[in-house]
Write a protein of this length. Structure first.
Length: 426
C-alpha cells in the first residue's frame, strides 16, 4: 500500500512526493482516504445488516427493497450537482464535504428511532443526501491534488483506504450481532460513534485544495461553450465528458446492486442470517487488494478500457449465479461471485473519476464530477427499480437473467461505438 508520511504537519499538507514505485501520495489524498475508511466502517456496519433487517425483520417486499436500494444508489443524485456547484462557486470543497459527512453521522443516530420500513427509508434518504453532498467535493479535492498522469493511482490509494473501511465494517457488525442481545440497535449506536470520528478527522487534518476562480474555469472551456451557457451545459459540451456520462448511464442501468447479489447467494446456499454480514467482507477484501494495482493499470492502458472490463466481470458474477451449482460447489460459488464483484468495484469506482478529472477545467471540476456521478446514480436507481419489479413479478432467477442480458447488450453497444469512433479518428 502506498503510504504518506505520518507526521501531522505533512498529513495536512501536500509536500512533493518522492520518486520511485513506493513514492508517497499527497497528504490530502491520504487523509481523505482515512476519513473515508472511518466513514465506511460506520456505513458498512449498517449496510451489512440492512437487507435482512428490512426483508426478514421488518417484512419489506423485494419490490419495496428494490425501490429502497435504488434510493440508496441514486434517488438523491441531484444533490451531487448541488454539492458540486456550491463547492465550485464558493471554492470551499472541504466545508461542503464536511457538511455531507456530518449529516450522515446524524442519520446513524436517527436509525435508533426508526421502527418501520418506511421510517428507515426516510432516514436512509437523509443519509444519501449527505453522501450526495460530499462525494463530488471530496473527489475534486483528490483530483486537484495530483497531476493528470497520476489520477488513477491517487484514486486507487483513496479507494483502497475507503475499502479497508468497507472490509472492517461488516466484521464489526458480525461481531456485535454475535455478542449483543439487541444486536441491531447496538450496530446503529456504534456506527454513529464511528461516523463522528470521521467528521473530526476531516475538520482537523484536511486542507482546502487551490482552485482557479470560476471566471478562469469558464475561460478554459471550449470557445463555443462560453457565456451565456450555465456551467452544467458548458461541461456537457465537452465531448469526452459527454461520452463518459452516456457510457456510465447505459451500463449503470443494468448494474445489479451488491445487496441483491448477496441476497441471491444467501438464498441459493441457505446461509445463516448470522453469517450474512460476512459476504460484503469478501467483496471488500478483493477491492482492497486490487484498487491500487488496477488504478495504476488504468493509468497505463486506458481508464475507459479498465472501466468496461470491470462491467465484464460483473456480468461474469451474474452468469455464475445463474449457472447450476454442484452439491459441493457452494464455497466456489461464493468465492467466485465475491471476487468478481470486488474486481468490478476496483475497476470502476475510482477509475471513472480518474478518467473524468483531466477532461475538466479545474474551477469546474467538482461540478463536472457531480454531473458524471449523477448520470450514473440515476441510471442505477432506475435499474434497481426494474430489478426489484422483475424479482417480484417473475422471481429472482428471471430478474438476474434479464439484468445479465441487458448488461451484455450495453457492453456490446459501447464497444461497437467506441471501435467506430477509434476507426474514424485513425
Amino acid at each position: 500500500m502506498y503510504l504518506s508520511t505520518t507526521r501531522a504537519s505533512d498529513i495536512a499538507g501536500d509536500t512533493p512526493a518522492p520518486k520511485g514505485p513506493l513514492r508517497a501520495v499527497p497528504g490530502t489524498v491520504f487523509v481523505l482516504g482515512l476519513v473515508s475508511l472511518v466513514t465506511d466502517v460506520s456505513a458498512e456496519m449498517v449496510t451489512a445488516v440492512l437487507p435482512l433487517y428490512l426483508m426478514a425483520g421488518l417484512g419489506m417486499s423485494p419490490l419495496a427493497f428494490g425501490a429502497l436500494d435504488g434510493l440508496h444508489q441514486g434517488a438523491t443524485a441531484v444533490l451531487r450537482l448541488a454539492g458540486g456547484r456550491i463547492a465550485d462557486r464558493t471554492r470551499r470543497h472541504k466545508l461542503v464535504a464536511g457538511t455531507g459527512y456530518a449529516l450522515s453521522a446524524v442519520c446513524k443516530a436517527a436509525l435508533l428511532l426508526a421502527t418501520t420500513p418506511w421510517s428507515v427509508a426516510a432516514v436512509l434518504a437523509a443519509d444519501r443526501t449527505g453522501k450526495g453532498l460530499r462525494t463530488a467535493p471530496r473527489d475534486a479535492l483528490i483530483s486537484l491534488s495530483v497531476p493528470p498522469g497520476e489520477q488513477g493511482r491517487a484514486f486507487g490509494v483513496h479507494r483502497a483506504l475507503d475499502t479497508a473501511g468497507a472490509l472492517l465494517g461488516p466484521l464489526a457488525a458480525f461481531g456485535i450481532l454475535w455478542v449483543a442481545a439487541d444486536g441491531y440497535e447496538a450496530v446503529f449506536t456504534v456506527s454513529c460513534c464511528v461516523a463522528v470520528l470521521g467528521v473530526v478527522l476531516l475538520a482537523l487534518f484536511v486542507r482546502e485544495a487551490p482552485a482557479p476562480p470560476l471566471a478562469s474555469a469558464l475561460a478554459s472551456a471550449p470557445t463555443r461553450a462560453r457565456p451565456p451557457l450555465p456551467p452544467v451545459r458548458t461541461l456537457l459540451r465537452l465531448p469526452g465528458l459527454r461520452r463518459l456520462c452516456l457510457t456510465a448511464a447505459l451500463l449503470g442501468l443494468f448494474t445489479v446492486g451488491d445487496a441483491f447479489l448477496y441476497l441471491l447467494l444467501q438464498r441459493r446456499l441457505d446461509l445463516s442470517a448470522a453469517f450474512f454480514p460476512l459476504l460484503p467482507v469478501g467483496t471488500a477484501a478483493v477491492f482492497l487488494l486490487a484498487a491500487l494495482p488496477v488504478g495504476r493499470l488504468a493509468d497505463r492502458v486506458g481508464r475507459s478500457r479498465v472501466f468496461l472490463g470491470g462491467h465484464v466481470l460483473l456480468l461474469g458474477a451474474c452468469l455464475l449465479l445463474l449457472a447450476p451449482v454442484p452439491a459441493a460447489g457452494g464455497a466456489l460459488l461464493v468465492v467466485g461471485v465475491l471476487a468478481m464483484l470486488g474486481l468490478f468495484y476496483a475497476a470502476t469506482d475510482g477509475v471513472l473519476m480518474a478518467a473524468a478529472g483531466p477532461l475538466l477545467p479545474a474551477g469546474l471540476r467538482t461540478t463536472g464530477l457531480a454531473v458524471l456521478q449523477t448520470a450514473q446514480a440515476l441510471a442505477r436507481f432506475a435499474g434497481s427499480l426494474m430489478f426489484g419489479s422483475a424479482w417480484t413479478l417473475w422471481g429472482p432467477g428471471a430478474a438476474l437473467g434479464l439484468a445479465a442480458a441487458g448488461l451484455l447488450l450495453s457492453l456490446t453497444v459501447v464497444a461497437v461505438l467506441g471501435g467506430a469512433r477509434a476507426e474514424r479518428a485513425s
